[in-house]
Write a protein that binds this ligand. Structure first.
Ligand code: UD1
Length: 424
C-alpha cells in the first residue's frame, strides 16, 4: 500500500534518462525458458512486475542471478533454465497478465505446459483465446479447466491469422514456434517495437525469425537455441509519461536514451497541442506551451498506444477546449476519468469515448490509482491540481510498471513524497 502526496508543480525542467522497457523485458525473461544455456539481460528495471515474473520463473525451475546493486539503473539479470517445468503456484500467475508468456516456451521446450489463467490490470476482459488458437495451430492439444489451461504435444510449424494483432498472442506464438519443427507464419501479427526486440533477441539465441515489425512474421523452427547477452529497448511509455508531465507544466525536459522512432504517434499528438519537440544526439527535448485540445484514437502500433491514453488525458485536463479520446483496444480503460473528476475535471464518458473539457481549475484531494497507467496519470493530474493531491495506490499499480516515477518527476522539479511501500 503506497500513498503519494503530490504538490502542485509550476514547471518541470531538466534532463533524465529513460529505463529499459517493461514490456520488452518481460517477454525476454520468458524466452530464457527456451534454452538450457544462461541468458543475460542488461539494464533490467526495478519493477514489481519483474520481481513477480522472477518468482514465477524460479517456480518453473529457472536459476536467477541479479548482478550489481538492485537499485542501480544497470542491474543485469542472468536466467538459466536447465530443466524447466510448469509453475506450481497459480497465485503468482494470476497477479500479472504477462505471466501467460511462460506457456509458449514451456510447451515448445518440454511438450507440456500447465498455467493458471493470468491476471493483471482490470482494464478489460483480456482473454487468451488468440494465444490458444496459435498453440493449436502449432499442433498443441489444449484443455481448459476452471482457472487454468493445460497444453501438450510436439510442436510443428503452422499458419495462424490473429483476429486482432494482440501483442501477447504474437509473442507467445513466436516463442513456441522458435523450437517447433518446420515453418510458422503469423498473419496480422502485432508490430510493436517490443515484438521486434523479442525477435532480435531470439535471433541472437540462434532462432530464425523474419518479418518482425510487419504484419507477417515467419519463424523457421530450430532444434535448440543458445544463450546470449542482450540490452533491451528503452521504455516508450515511461518516456511518453514524462513528456506529458512536462507538457502539462509548460516545462522544458530532455529525455536521454529514448527511441523517438518508437513514439511517432504520441509525438505527433503532443505537437498538435502546441509544444515543441526537438530530436538531437543528446536526446529528445520537449518545451513550450501545450494549449490546443486533441483527438486521440488508441490503436495497435504504429497507432496511438492505449498505454498512453491515460497520461495523455491528464495532459488534456490542461488544454482549453474539448479533447476527444476513443479507446478501441481495451473496453474498460477510462477508470482514471472518475478519479480525475474528483479533482474537478470535466469528463464525460460515452461507452468507449471520453470527452474532456479541459482548462478547468483542479483542486487537490484524495484520489485512488485504478490501474498501472491510470495511476501514473493521476500522479500527473496531481501536479496540475492546486494544493496537495493524495494518491492512494493500495494495489501498488504504479510500481508494477514504473521504476520510481516520483523520483523521476522530483528530479525534474516536482514535489512528491511516498508513504508506505510502492509495491503494494
Ligand atoms: C500488451 C502490453 C500492454 C498493452 C497492450 C496493448 C505487455 C506486457 N503488455 O498487453 O501494456 O496495453 O499490449 O498494447 O506487453 N485479446 C483477445 N484475445 C487474446 C489476446 C488479446 O481478445 O487472446 C484482446 C484484449 O482483450 C485486448 C486486445 O486484444 O482488447 C489487446 O490485447 P493484447 O495486445 O494482447 O495486450 P497484452 O499483450 O495483454
Amino acid at each position: 500500500m503506497a500513498t503519494y502526496r503530490i504538490r502542485h508543480c509550476e514547471r518541470l525542467s531538466g534532463e533524465i534518462s529513460i529505463h529499459a522497457a517493461k514490456n520488452a523485458v518481460l517477454p525476454l525473461m520468458c524466452a530464457s525458458l527456451l534454452t538450457k544455456e544462461p541468458v543475460t539481460i542488461e539494464r533490467v528495471p526495478e519493477l514489481t512486475d519483474v520481481h513477480t515474473l522472477l518468482e514465477i520463473l524460479s517456480d518453473c525451475g529457472v536459476s536467477v542471478r541479479r548482478d550489481g546493486d538492485r537499485n542501480a539503473p544497470d542491474s543485469t539479470l542472468t536466467l538459466w533454465a536447465e530443466e524447466p517445468q510448469s509453475p506450481t503456484s497459480g497465485d503468482l500467475l494470476s497477479r500479472m497478465r504477462a505471466s501467460v508468456l511462460v506457456m509458449g516456451p514451456l510447451l515448445a521446450r518440454t511438450g507440456y505446459a500447465r498455467v493458471a489463467l493470468p491476471g493483471g490490470c482490470a482494464i478489460g476482459q483480456r482473454p487468451i483465446d488468440l494465444h490458444l488458437k496459435g498453440m493449436e495451430a502449432l499442433g498443441a492439444q489444449v484443455q481448459l479447466t476452471p482457472g487454468s489451461v493445460t497444453l501438450q504435444g510436439t510442436l510443428r510449424g503452422g499458419s495462424v491469422y490473429l483476429d486482432f494483432p494482440s501483442v501477447g498472442a504474437t509473442e507467445n506464438i513466436i516463442l513456441a514456434a522458435a523450437l517447433a519443427r518446420g515453418t510458422t507464419r503469423i498473419e496480422n501479427a502485432a508490430k510493436e517495437p517490443e515484438i521486434v526486440d523479442l525477435c532480435t533477441f531470439l535471433n541472437e539465441m540462434g532462432a530464425a525469425i523474419s518479418g518482425a515489425g510487419t504484419g507477417a512474421i515467419v519463424i523457421e523452427g530450430r532444434e535448440a537455441l543458445h544463450g546470449c547477452v542482450y540490452r533491451p529497448i528503452p521504455d516508450r511509455i515511461e518516456a511518453g509519461t514524462i513528456l506529458c508531465a512536462s507538457a502539462m507544466t509548460e516545462g522544458s525536459v530532455l529525455l536521454r536514451g529514448v527511441r523517438p522512432d518508437h513514439m511517432r504517434a504520441l509525438l505527433f499528438k503532443l505537437s498538435e497541442t502546441g509544444v515543441t519537440l526537438r530530436e538531437s544526439p543528446a536526446g529528445l527535448r520537449l518545451s513550450g506551451r501545450a494549449s490546443q485540445p486533441v483527438q486521440v484514437r488508441t490503436l495497435a502500433y504504429p497507432g496511438f498506444p492505449t498505454d498512453m491514453q491515460a497520461p495523455m488525458m491528464a495532459l488534456a485536463l490542461r488544454l482549453r477546449g474539448t479533447s476527444v479520446f476513443l479507446e478501441t483496444v481495451f473496453e474498460n480503460r477510462f477508470m482514471h476519468a472518475r478519479e480525475m473528476a474528483r479533482l474537478g475535471a470535466g469528463i464525460r464518458i460515452e461507452d468507449r469515448i471520453a470527452l474532456v473539457n479541459g482548462g478547468r481549475v483542479l483542486s487537490g484531494t484524495d484520489v485512488t490509482s485504478t490501474d498501472l497507467r491510470g495511476g501514473a496519470a493521476m500522479m500527473l493530474a496531481g501536479l496540475a491540481a492546486e494544493g496537495e493531491t493524495v494518491l492512494h495506490d493500495p494495489c501498488g499499480h504504479i510500481a508494477r510498471g514504473y521504476e520510481d516515477l516520483p523520483s523521476m518527476l522530483n528530479h525534474l522539479g516536482a514535489h512528491i513524497t511516498v508513504e508506505g511501500f510502492p509495491e503494494g
